[in-house]
Write a protein that binds this ligand. Structure first.
Ligand SMILES: Cc1cc2nc3c(=O)[nH]c(=O)nc-3n(C[C@H](O)[C@H](O)[C@H](O)COP(=O)(O)OP(=O)(O)OC[C@H]3O[C@@H](n4cnc5c(N)ncnc54)[C@H](O)[C@@H]3O)c2cc1C
Length: 338
């Protein structure tokens, strides 16, 4: 059981800046995110795209913004719990008990939900039999490409991820790329490269096919595919990879007894607390009159929610407002040497 002042759900820009604000006012926090990396939408959806409306930064990419936010909270050494989803929240002795999908437990007086548009999850194969191989020989993301060395891999999908991995893995594995359409959606240069590899017989490409079934015992042995005319083919394989994009799901957040309005959580604008004492919501997931779904709004919301957390984490202390430029306490917390 991890005891802390605040648990932040979501390591997007809003959750990260809120962590900074908690750090400078002397509170501890733990950050949990369903993704395998920090940065939320900025890193998952547009890492290379320039953003032009972050105050005082004329231009930076989603990745650069994320890296700067990570750098800014480094002095506090907060823990990040990635690839882990907060599933359950329960009241326990005036505090909140939080359980995650990996079985971690936190006890805290404050929760800050910075869950954006929900947790990102891969769109999966509709085939029921795929479930029993999921995470072992049916995969929707790649953490270690070494496992595919000298193996047969069937890749499904027509977008950038499917094409990029087909190209990359063709250097070390036997690849079959299957797509339900004739045309690929990926970058033109990747489509060209795939055609070239196909010509050189370094990769098999089957279009207008989709998955029908998979067979195997401990691991997958073969995958059956079908086309619109009902013709099917069986391909012997060690791995099946699906790259069909991500869906965003509010998921378990809906089950925590919070007021929810059109997939957002209504909050007050004084400290961004929800209808539950000690549960705050900030960033894209919160709503109030005039809400703008912008990163800069999330920063402001995080700053006020952090102060809201203070009174539950330190009930016997009075919060004192201080500027970072002038406060020696804050400079100590940041490890600034003068
Ligand atoms: C293509 C694109 C371009 C954009 N351009 C701009 C721009 O120019 N300027 C601007 O200001 N904004 C822009 N935005 C919007 C901006 O990205 C969002 O406002 C911002 O990311 C919201 O931050 P957030 O921290 O609230 O949520 P998110 O970035 O969505 O992060 C939320 C995180 O919470 C996690 N999560 C959710 N539920 C759980 C759970 N139960 N357990 C664990 N983790 C969970 C998710 O995995 C996610 O990582 C753009 C958005 C897109 C899609």
């Amino acid at each position: 059981m991890i005891n802390t002042d605040v648990v932040i759900i979501g390591a997007g820009p809003t959750g990260l800046f809120c962590a900074h604000q908690l750090g400078i006012i002397g509170l501890k926090c733990e950050i949990v995110d369903n993704l395998d990396k920090i940065g939320g939408q900025c890193i998952e959806l547009y890492p290379d795209k320039p953003i032009y409306d972050i105050p005082a930064i004329p231009e930076c990419t989603g990745e650069e913004l994320t890296n700067n936010l990570i750098e800014q909270i480094k002095p506090f050494n907060f823990n990040h719990h990635l690839s882990d989803r907060v599933e359950e929240i329960k009241n326990k002795n005036e505090k909140w008990l939080i359980k995650t999908s990996k079985g971690k437990e936190f006890l805290t007086p404050n929760i800050v939900i910075a869950g954006g548009v929900g947790s990102f999850e891969p769109r999966k194969f509709p085939t029921k039999n795929c479930e029993k191989f999921e995470g072992r020989s049916v995969l929707y993301s790649i953490k270690d490409k070494g496992i595919f060395k000298d193996k047969s891999v069937v890749i499904f999908g027509g977008g950038d991820s499917a094409l990029d991995w087909a190209i990359e893995l063709s250097k070390q594995s036997k690849i079959t790329l299957v797509h339900r359409r004739d045309e690929f959606r990926g970058a033109p240069s990747s489509v060209e490269k795939i055609k070239q590899l196909q010509k050189e017989k370094k990769i098999d490409v089957l279009t207008k096919y989709s998955i029908k079934d998979v067979t195997g015992n401990e691991s997958i042995e073969s995958v059956e595919i079908k086309n619109e005319e009902g013709e099917s083919k069986v391909i012997n394989t060690n791995y099946v990879l699906g790259f069909f994009g991500l869906i965003m799901q509010l998921g378990p957040i809906l089950d925590w007894g919070l007021n929810v309005d059109k997939k957002t959580i209504p909050v007050n604008t004084e400290n961004f607390e929800t209808n539950k004492k000690g549960i705050f919501a900030i960033g894209d997931i919160c709503s109030y009159p005039g809400k703008l779904k912008l990163i800069l709004s999330g920063f402001h919301e995080g700053a006020l929610a952090a102060r809201g957390c203070f009174k539950y984490a330190r009930p016997d202390e009075k919060y004192r407002f201080e500027f970072t430029t002038a406060s020696n306490t804050i400079k100590d917390r940041l490890g600034v040497k003068e």
